[in-house]
Design a protein around this ligand. Structure first.
Ligand SMILES: *[C@@H]1O[C@H](CO)[C@@H](O)[C@H](O)[C@H]1NC(C)=O
Ligand SMILES: *[C@@H]1O[C@H](CO)[C@@H](O)[C@H](O)[C@H]1NC(C)=O
Ligand SMILES: *[C@@H]1O[C@H](CO)[C@@H](O)[C@H](O)[C@H]1NC(C)=O
Ligand SMILES: *[C@@H]1O[C@H](CO)[C@@H](O)[C@H](O)[C@H]1NC(C)=O
Ligand SMILES: *[C@@H]1O[C@H](CO)[C@@H](O)[C@H](O)[C@H]1NC(C)=O
Ligand SMILES: *[C@@H]1O[C@H](CO)[C@@H](O)[C@H](O)[C@H]1NC(C)=O
Ligand SMILES: *[C@@H]1O[C@H](CO)[C@@H](O)[C@H](O)[C@H]1NC(C)=O
Length: 531
């Protein structure tokens, strides 16, 4: 184990910071409107046949997300909801890290612009509302600000003129306050452990809340820089009257302990189905009230399968490897990724039939196919790919400048991890290509990615020669409210359907489906770019 004990000794626990003497300047969102972009939009490639096209496609997905859906006047994605916005912000920070890693010089102004929007969202985020929501809602906020901190740290190391470190104390404080709140959902009086989804409904111990607690706890151990702000408010008003917390140091063992405790519960909770996929969660048989708890056991399982329930676990076990160097954590991750890929029908006999979590080798939430996805569900697939990308980041090597407290791998171990992840690259590429084909002419991604392979544009009986004669005004091609169909023939057309573009059904293309596109594009870029 190659821990950096010296840093542990240096980060001594000091008593109380004197906030009254030198209150920090709160972040003023109006100073970070993210308007007046000074760069020219980059060209976006027509397809993703060539691996060099992944990077501009990823940047374009970010650019479209911000130009179409970010509202500088309110410093938020106005069409989002609190938890989906926390995920968008996470994707923006993670994408900025990826841009900085491969093309920091060429994209300096984009990085500055979009980071400004992340900073603005610190003010635009409805943190007060989130403190009263379900535990999973709170936990996304932790991942969000840890991702912003990771970006600031990385970019500061490659561009010395970047001044993002100024914001890290605010980001850290919010992450810490939300961890304190959410960790109250861990409850051993039922099911011998595990997080409750919420304490406002009959107990439900579900996959996402538990996976998020795992990932956010180990993330706090690895990336949280400490916090001397003793206010219990998640806002950054220097309000000394709400001072009630103790200063917190970096790499506090409580976070790692929580992550390991959660991992142990989750991995013995019987929460995976016969295909090795995480089901949605557990109710407790015959629970009627806090004094009549029924069996008190997690024994009534909800078998629903969602894509995001297969993702957040991956970054959690990756973090546990980084923190401990115990290979069983990575092995768990490889097993889950393997199960997911298989359950999309990928392989020698790529199947068009529903295979458990997709078809044609393409990830799908069940609701995608008939356009019935809720706002929540439209956000799921991008989350899966974000966490797969985190899982597959190269392991830190002895001879690299490893971050504090990160376990460093031998060359052989790092190579083994790289090989495993290289094995997923063709599948990720296949998914990225499918997602890319769902964009409309503005570049907004659709949510049902395997549309093209299931119903490629077929020439219906009596089809018009639209390439030569223009798009006919009929119910196959047009709807009065959606007059535009893809000019490049990439979007599918249903024979006989009154809706020409399946991704316009239901909620249609939204900031959530765009965030899904961004998530898979970033994963694709990371898989293709060899460092
Ligand atoms: C924050 O959320 C609360 C509760 O949902 C709501 O009443 C309030 O209007 C929201 N604030 C903003 C700025 O949207
Ligand atoms: C907290 O305050 C102590 C004492 O001044 C300092 O050493 C430490 O770096 C501070 N931590 C953070 C995260 O600012
Ligand atoms: C795990 O859950 C399944 C589905 O509810 C159930 O059939 C099985 O008996 C459970 N296994 C254990 C060991 O509890
Ligand atoms: C749940 O309650 C019903 C009705 O009281 C009872 O018949 C059943 O055996 C209980 N189930 C379990 C698993 O305790
Ligand atoms: C665990 O959750 C149940 C259901 O919300 C609640 O009745 C019980 O008091 C909680 N126990 C602890 C120790 O928090
Ligand atoms: C298209 O729809 C028409 C009318 O519903 C039907 O007669 C025809 O067979 C369909 N063509 C194809 C290729 O599915
Ligand atoms: C693409 O979708 C977005 C979101 O639904 C919409 O605002 C935009 O107008 C669409 N673009 C075209 C060309 O239809």
């Amino acid at each position: 184990m190659v821990y950096h004990f010296i840093l542990l000794l240096l980060s001594t626990c000091t008593v109380v910071s004197d906030r009254a003497k030198a209150p920090r300047q709160p972040i003023d969102p109006t100073q970070h409107p993210g308007t007046g972009r000074s760069y020219r939009p980059r060209l976006r490639p027509r397809s993703l046949e060539d691996s060099t096209e992944g990077f501009p496609a990823m940047v374009n997905a970010l650019e479209v997300m911000q130009s179409e859906f970010w509202d500088p006047s309110t410093s938020t994605w106005s069409a989002g909801i609190d938890w989906t916005r926390a995920v968008f912000s996470t994707h923006v920070s993670a994408t900025l890290s990826t841009i900085a890693k491969y093309q920091a010089g060429a994209y300096q102004s984009e990085i500055a612009t979009y980071f400004d929007e992340v900073v603005a969202f610190y003010g635009g985020e409805n943190a007060t509302s989130l403190t009263q929501q379900k535990y999973d809602d709170m936990l996304w906020v932790i991942l969000e600000w840890l991702e912003a901190i990771k970006f600031v740290r990385y970019y500061s190391s490659v561009d010395s003129s970047f001044e993002g470190n100024h914001y890290v104390p605010e980001f850290a404080h919010r992450a810490r306050v939300f961890w304190d709140l959410a960790s109250q959902g861990y409850n051993t009086s039922l099911c011998e452990g595990g997080m409750l989804w919420t304490n406002q409904l009959a107990p439900y111990k579900n996959a996402i809340t538990n996976q998020l607690f795992l990932t956010s706890s180990v993330g706090m151990y690895l990336y949280f820089p400490g916090d001397n702000d003793t206010s219990s408010s998640p806002l950054n008003s220097p309000d000394v009257t709400s001072a009630s917390l103790l200063p917190m140091k970096a790499h506090d063992q409580r976070y790692l302990n929580a992550a390991i405790m959660e991992y142990q519960w989750l991995s013995t909770s019987n929460m995976t189905n016969a295909q090795g996929l995480y089901v949605d969660g557990f109710h407790i048989t015959n629970w009627t009230s806090t004094t009549s708890i029924g069996t008190g056991k997690c024994d009534a399982r909800d078998e629903s399968i969602y894509t995001y329930n297969q993702g957040v676990f991956l970054s959690g076990v990756r973090g546990l490897w980084d923190a401990t160097g115990d290979s069983t954590y990575l092995t768990d991750g490889y097993t889950l990724v393997h199960n997911v890929i298989a359950a999309t029908g990928w392989g020698a006999k790529t199947s068009s039939a529903w295979a458990g979590i997709g078809s044609d080798g393409i990830l799908r939430d069940f609701c995608d196919v008939d356009g019935s996805c809720s706002q929540d569900a439209q956000n799921f697939k991008g989350i899966f790919f974000h966490h797969l990308a985190l899982f597959c980041e190269p392991l830190a090597l002895d001879n690299q400048q490893a971050q504090d407290f990160v376990f460093t791998a031998t060359a052989a171990k790092a190579q083994d991890h790289q090989s495993k992840c290289d094995g997923y690259a063709a599948w990720v590429r296949h998914n990225a290509q499918a997602a890319y084909r769902t964009r409309n002419q503005t570049g907004v991604y659709g949510g049902w990615w395997d549309v093209p392979s299931r119903s490629r544009p077929r020439q219906p009986v009596g089809a018009s020669d639209y390439r030569n004669k223009g798009i006919p005004q009929n119910r196959i091609w047009r709807l009065p409210s959606h007059p535009v169909v893809s000019q490049d023939g990439m979007n599918p057309v249903y024979n006989g359907s009154s809706i020409p573009d399946p991704n316009e059904r239901g909620r249609g293309r939204t900031v959530e489906t765009q965030s899904g596109g961004l998530g898979v594009m970033r994963c694709f870029v990371q898989m293709e770019e060899k460092v």
